[in-house]
Design a protein around this ligand. Sequence first.
Ligand code: NAD
Ligand code: 13P
Length: 390
Amino acid sequence: DQLEKVCIIGSGNWGSAISTIIGRNCMKLPFYENQVNMWVFEETVTDTSTNEERKLTDIINDTHENVKYLPGIILPSNIVAVPDLATACQDATLLIFVLPHQFLPKLLPIIRKSSHPSCRGVSLIKGIDFDEKTGQPILISKGIADAMRSGKNDYFPCGVLMGANVASEVAEGQMCESTLASNFGQPADEMTRQLFDSPPYFRVQHITDVAGAEVCGALKNVFALGAGFIDGVGLGGNTKAALLRVGLLEMAKFCHMFFDGIHDDTFTESCGMADLITTCYGGRNRKCAEAFARERYSKKSTTTIPTQDNYDDDKSKCEELWARIEVDVLKGQKLQGTITARDAYKLICSRNVLDEFPLIKVIYEISYEGKPVESIIEGIHVVSSSPSSS
Ligand code: NAD
Ligand code: 13P
């Protein structure tokens, strides 16, 4: 049988961290080719060992370290950084998508042309798209599958790997779990699970609920902004626990309202509750939102009861502040929760269900409309969807 050829598309913080596991597994599993290409968006960076400006791909291939996005971690020697996308995915049979989703659309036609006709994909991307023309939410995995199918063949199944997986902790080999959601059929589901599974440290469970897993992964980034607002205004663990509880309920409601076939068990997998918790304590979205809240709260600290009147009139200031924080705090890494908050908000507005999601609503209004950050507590209450549950 032909060996599977894996290509990792993306080489940021998570892409580099997961490449350590994929690389080691491709060395030992008999059904994968040893070499794993990793597409790297080429940039010039300072090589910390020589202090010279060099191409990131050259540094990765020489030193096996992604000095910009995952410094201090040595990648397996079979991970090969490739700057040309078509070359990276030439004849690949398994594509791992792991990059901020705003960069995907222009890459997909190139990937489609050069990958193998019977290729499949796994998306590690946490986000969701909203199609303003149709008013439909679009799973990133569905967008990938549709774009990959519109070419030379109509076959391209796409699953997702979602979970409580802060990249730096995974790269250090700290124990955690992750959820692979796919419907490839056997043996492909199990072969794919084994590509990621690295017991006892990185334990992957397989489920079939792709939409549930993916929406949880996207929305937890929005609630992590709320967690950062709570930290930034000096509220404690009890308030954050309340936000987590309501966030989980809004996640479940969102999944059931907009997607078919959601399994309630998904919310207690690593991709559900566990990812929500870790991101609200240790993630980049939380960190950036805390910085946002500290900056805005100090300017508004005379306000005790937020009202519409004390909104900041200049809404563009919010977007500018997020952009500045992303650069200052993340240093080239990307913030996903703000984009997802905007898309989720547009969707619930277009469906006239804004009042069913008070937490998503207030997180959006604080993030984009100048609402005072201390208003976050307004969103922490549950709107029951049926009279019997009230
Ligand atoms: P990152 O935020 O660390 O890095 C940004 C990446 O974008 C870099 O690889 C950079 O080269 C690339 N990039 C910048 N400009 C580009 C352009 N014009 N075109 C193409 N690529 C460009 O990335 P990440 O942390 O690997 O995140 C990728 C996805 O994984 C996101 O959806 C994120 O939510 C998800 N995720 C991240 C983590 C984590 O802990 N970092 C964990 C789980 C999931
Ligand atoms: P952040 O992007 O907020 O760091 O979240 C990482 C993550 O998805 C952990 O599972």
